[in-house]
Ligand binder design. Structure first.
Ligand code: SF4
Ligand code: SF4
Length: 176
C-alpha cells in the first residue's frame, strides 16, 4: 500500500497565559463574516472563551464536530483547585447549549484553521501568546479507493448480510 504525507495543524493552548481579552473571538468572527471583516459578532466565532474572572478561569475552546444528540453522561474537571462546569472542555456543536451555532442560520460552526492563511488569525491576535501554532507532517497509508462494483457489493452486504449476497451470487452464476 502506498503512503502519502499529510499536514497536521496544531494550536497549543496555554490556559495559564490567557487573560480573557477575547481578541481571538473578535478576529475569528470578523474573518468569517460575509463579506469578510464586515462585522464582528463573537457568536460567529469558532473559538469561544469560557470566562469566569471571579474564579480566575479563562478557557479558550475551539469548535469541533457537530453532534445531533447530547451526551447522556457529563464530565467535570478540577485543575489546580479550579472546578470547571460540565461541558466546558467540550468542542462539540450540540443541542444542549448555544455554543458554536451560526447566530442567523443556527447551522453548526467548526474551526477551519482560517483556510489558507499562513497562520490561524486567533493565534496572530493573541498578544498574550496563549495560543501557539505548530505544523508537522505525518505519513499515512493511502486508503484504497473502492471500485464501483465493490462499493455496490459493500452496500448490499450492509443491507442484506454477507451470506444472502453470497447465496444470490452463487444462484446467479449457476443461471449464467
Ligand atoms: S483557527 Fe481561524 S477559524 Fe479556527 S478559531 Fe482560530 S481564527 Fe477561528
Ligand atoms: S486572544 Fe489569547 S489571551 Fe485573549 S482571550 Fe483569546 S486566547 Fe485568551
Amino acid at each position: 500500500m502506498s503512503k502519502t504525507k499529510k499536514k497536521i495543524k496544531v494550536i497549543k493552548i496555554d490556559v495559564d497565559k490567557c487573560n480573557g481579552c477575547r481578541a481571538c473571538e473578535m478576529i475569528c468572527s470578523a474573518f468569517h463574516a460575509s463579506p469578510k471583516y464586515s462585522s464582528n459578532n463573537p457568536q460567529r466565532s469558532r473559538i469561544r472563551l469560557i470566562r469566569d474572572p471571579i474564579n480566575d478561569k479563562y478557557l479558550p475552546v475551539y469548535a469541533g464536530e457537530y453532534t445531533a444528540s447530547e451526551c447522556k453522561g457529563r464530565d467535570k474537571y478540577v485543575i489546580d483547585g479550579k472546578e470547571y462546569a460540565e461541558c466546558d472542555f467540550c468542542r462539540a456543536s450540540c443541542p444542549s447549549r448555544d455554543l458554536f451555532k451560526e447566530p442567523d442560520s443556527g447551522l453548526p460552526l467548526k474551526c477551519d484553521m482560517c483556510e489558507d492563511e499562513e497562520e490561524p488569525l486567533c493565534v496572530t491576535w493573541c498578544l498574550a501568546k496563549a495560543l501557539v501554532y505548530e505544523e508537522r507532517e505525518e505519513e499515512r497509508e493511502e486508503e484504497p479507493v473502492l471500485g464501483e462494483v465493490e462499493t455496490g457489493l459493500e452496500a448490499l452486504v450492509n443491507k442484506h448480510g454477507l451470506q444472502k449476497v453470497v447465496d444470490t451470487v452463487a444462484r446467479l452464476s449457476k443461471k449464467g
